[in-house]
Design a protein around this ligand. Structure first.
Ligand code: FES
Ligand SMILES: [Fe+2]
Length: 408
């Protein structure tokens, strides 16, 4: 399905369609590796919880009374009802809506109504909500895994770790706070969205009208986006762990911040990370942590597969704790206007995904090609591959990892 030759890198169209293919991806990718669950700021205090999914399995991630992070299946151990129907909140206990069994946020079974009717010797100890095999976090990003033997999180993150570190530097020594998510869905395979995140080839075409509209009304957007139809400056990177980046090589922020506030923020970055470190921090980058977490400068995006041809996308704007209001409102504006539900970019992209799904579902052609820059990328000793902005380097990293997980 992934044909990695010297002069061409092809992927079978069958990789995007069918329930059987999707089930295989759930087993071999989503239930085997690390998957992002939440940002630590979403469950900052004891009793805080968030409900989410790994693959199609519903998961509750919470902070227990002990301050520890827990992740459990959102399925009652009595007869399987959904325990938590809220997206997020704070609670002392989850009470099952069906027959009233109650559980601590950590998943521990507290009470069974009219427990006396259960037989003597009935095993309550194994009726806690089922915990995930592993939970770990890095840089405020909480991941979970159903696989007890999964590699440690930092090994999994591999080459993406350095990009998380630079992304954290944008807080200028503070931390991120995630806000309520924007949501949208599309009738297409989840991989279309994952592959699109670091696609520097498409903006000058798909988003051309959006950029032209913005330019017409706001001169300040002039140098934010692409001037050439196909951009050569900047970088794409791919890592053996499946992660990849798109880096513009320059900042891409919109205007609107009081220059004095902006200067103070940049001065703080220079003080903390030096001239070059500050410049590197402010460089626009977006990257995918394989398979479905996207980190932008201004928000976190989660690509949530629903079925083989249905996907939901969650975009969480990221505020900087303690930063000046102007900085945060500008960040919010960027997250909303670019990649939020009503942003100028997302609508264009998901229309393309839906069209692609229609064509791939209908069949009649067997391969798509991801060969851009294949013989021009730099391959480093550590396995990192580097291309220009419009190359398909990160997509190939994604598919190589996909192939290795589905092959064994
Ligand atoms: S299914 Fe939850 S209490 Fe019965
Ligand atoms: Fe796009």
């Amino acid at each position: 399905m992934v044909d990695d030759q010297v002069s061409e890198f092809r992927v079978s169209t069958a990789a995007y369609r069918g329930e059987a293919m999707f089930e295989k991806e759930l087993e071999n990718i989503f239930y085997r590796t690390w998957i992002y669950l939440a940002h630590e700021s979403e469950i900052a205090n004891p009793g805080d919880f968030k409900s989410t999914q790994i693959g199609t399995r519903p998961v509750i991630v919470s902070r227990g009374r002990d301050g520890q992070i827990h992740a459990v299946l959102n399925a009652c151990t009595h007869r399987g009802a959904t325990i938590c129907r809220e997206e997020k909140g704070t609670t002392r206990a989850f009470v099952c809506p069906y027959h009233g069994w109650s559980f601590r946020p950590s998943g521990e079974l507290i009470g069974i109504p009219d427990e006396a009717r259960y037989p003597g010797g009935f095993n309550k100890a194994d009726k806690n909500l089922k915990p995930l095999a592993r939970v770990a976090s890095y840089g405020g990003l909480i991941f979970g895994s159903f696989n007890a033997d999964v590699e440690d999180l930092e090994t999994f993150l591999g080459g993406a770790k350095q990009h998380i570190d630079i992304w954290l530097q944008r807080t200028a020594g503070s931390s991120y706070r995630v806000t309520t998510s924007h949501k949208y869905g599309y009738d297409g395979n989840w991989k279309f969205q994952s592959e699109n995140v670091y696609d520097g080839y498409h903006p000058g075409f798909v988003h051309r009208s959006a950029f032209a509209t913005v330019r017409k009304f706001e001169g300040s957007f002039e140098n934010r986006e692409l001037n050439a139809a196909v951009r050569q400056q900047g970088f794409t990177r791919g890592y053996p762990e499946g992660h990849g980046t798109l880096e513009a090589g320059a900042p891409l922020e919109s205007g609107g911040i009081d220059p004095a506030i902006r200067e103070a923020y940049e001065a703080k970055l220079k003080e903390l990370y030096g001239e070059q470190g500050a410049a590197e921090t402010l460089t626009n980058r977006q990257f995918l942590i394989f398979p479905n977490l996207v980190i932008f400068d201004f928000n976190i995006r989660v690509v949530q597969p629903i079925t083989h041809d249905k996907t939901e996308v969650y975009s969480y704007p990221l505020m900087i704790t303690g930063a000046h209001d102007d900085i945060n409102s500008n960040r919010m504006l960027d997250a909303q206007t670019r990649v939020g539900t009503a942003g100028i970019l997302s609508a264009d992209d998901i229309d393309v995904f839906a069209g692609g799904q229609n064509a791939l579902r209908a069949g009649g052609f067997d391969w798509i090609t991801l060969s851009r820059g294949l013989d021009k990328e730099e391959v480093k000793a550590c396995g990192e591959r580097v291309g220009v902005y419009s190359d398909e380097v990160p997509q190939r990293a994604f598919w190589r990892k996909w192939k290795s997980l589905l092959s064994n």
